[in-house]
Design a binder for this molecule. Sequence first.
Ligand SMILES: CC(C)(COP(=O)(O)OP(=O)(O)OC[C@H]1O[C@@H](n2cnc3c(N)ncnc32)[C@H](O)[C@@H]1OP(=O)(O)O)[C@@H](O)C(=O)NCCC(=O)NCCS
Length: 210
Amino acid sequence: MPKLLILGAGTHARVVLDCLRAMGRGGDVLGFVEVDGDRARWGKSYDGCRVLGGIARLASLAKSADEAALGYGANVRRAELASLARRHHLRLPVLVHPRASVSPRARLGPGTQVLAGAVVVTGARLGAGVIVNTGATIDHDCRVGAAVHIAPGAHLAGTVVVGRLSWIGIGAAVREGTRIGAGAVVGAGAAVVTAVSANATVVGVPARPV
Ligand SMILES: CC(C)(COP(=O)(O)OP(=O)(O)OC[C@H]1O[C@@H](n2cnc3c(N)ncnc32)[C@H](O)[C@@H]1OP(=O)(O)O)[C@@H](O)C(=O)NCCC(=O)NCCS
């Protein structure tokens, strides 16, 4: 099996490790690569997996690896890490937790992660490096741009369109057909019933800009 580096050494990196282990790929993981300049983490182990060093070592670490998993929750940084991985000829595998459900008629871009209990329904199209976090659902025919994060327990009804780098907060709900612009933030627990502009932050029920 291809050998794999996890880019990141924080909380989301551990979630990704857990997902890989559940997928039966724990033995393929070479270790974490720390990406925030936090040298105190170098050489430490988290959940039984070692931090191999900082991101500046990627060129040398990549020589023993074939793939990179994106272990970083924040969108802009995750997108940067995806570009860096590609520059070092590391493939970005799609990760689907064995207890997630993904329709064979959904499409997932490279490096996208569908975590435990999440559901992606028929006709959905997800770009590269998307996180569909624990228990989130993306219903039929949604379009989700690259490096979006759908936080735990958030729900997109059918035909929702989410622009790249947007963040849909924990437990939010988005009405069918609604468009959310690129770089938008939807607050935890919001109910989105009308379009959200690019880079806007909305909160509440119904969701309003703040
Ligand atoms: C919307 C959000 C991004 C705003 O964060 P922030 O800019 O740091 O905002 P603050 O916490 O300073 O709150 C600003 C105001 O908005 C209110 N507010 C913040 N989040 C809210 C939410 N989700 N719903 C309703 N009101 C909210 C606060 O009560 C505060 O109101 P006040 O000015 O009357 O006191 C954030 O609260 C949020 O919901 N993030 C999503 C978290 C998430 O999904 N985590 C998942 C991790 S995987």
